[in-house]
Design a protein around this ligand. Sequence first.
Ligand code: 6PG
Length: 252
Amino acid sequence: MAAPIFVLCENADDLAGRAADYIVQSAREAIAERGRFTLVLSGGSTPEKTYSLLAEPARLTAIDWARVSVFFGDERFVPADDPRSNFAMARRALLARVPLPTAQVFSVPTQAESPAACAAAYAAALARCFATTPSSAPPRFDLILLGMGEDGHIASLFPAAAALDVVDAWVTWSPPGRLPPPVDRITLTYPVLNAARRVAFLIAGANKAVALQEVVERHAAREHRPAAGVQVAEGLLTWFVDRDAARLLQQK
Ligand code: 6PG
């Protein structure tokens, strides 16, 4: 496993620009090497500025969007037009602003009768996209973007949650964590996250500093800080962190 890369950013805006450039670089390399780029978006608030920058002319024209497929690392069990929806945020900031074929946007279906049914439906959609079956080895995404909550959660893998231990499914569901919004979630599982060619964390804000130090320097258990469970076996892990989030780190 390659050593993680740390990109120390001045502030959230600097982080957004550097992360956007990394996504452009990753897209160009994946398309050159394999003819397509499979990108998993994170929800939350931090990545919104990054997504918006990707839709602006300089970066927009640097990506061959016809060869891009977009997925979601997790989703809230709410309608797609609900303001709490991660898809709604990505559509507003990015998807409605770039020439990405709608058939290449794989949002998490949230209209099924339960989050468990949504998780199974999403796994089936991923299997179709990767021409495999949900019982096979997890798909290998080119780049998975992750945020981190102040409790160390990633996607919708929350501390002490049963979803942390799901290793026989690509997608599972979880009741709400401690942090808002208090709705059930659908989330990719660790086997999928750790199979990625690249994973990039986007972490900004002083409220992330304690969890980040525990994950990066204190070897926290993933049950306590789920970000610690991201161990990209045969890929590259990059941490985009701003100075506020990194303030407790010895290594800067
Ligand atoms: C979600 C996200 C979640 C997010 C973290 C950090 O559905 O909310 O997937 O995992 O990345 O909560 O969110 P912020 O970037 O807003 O701090």
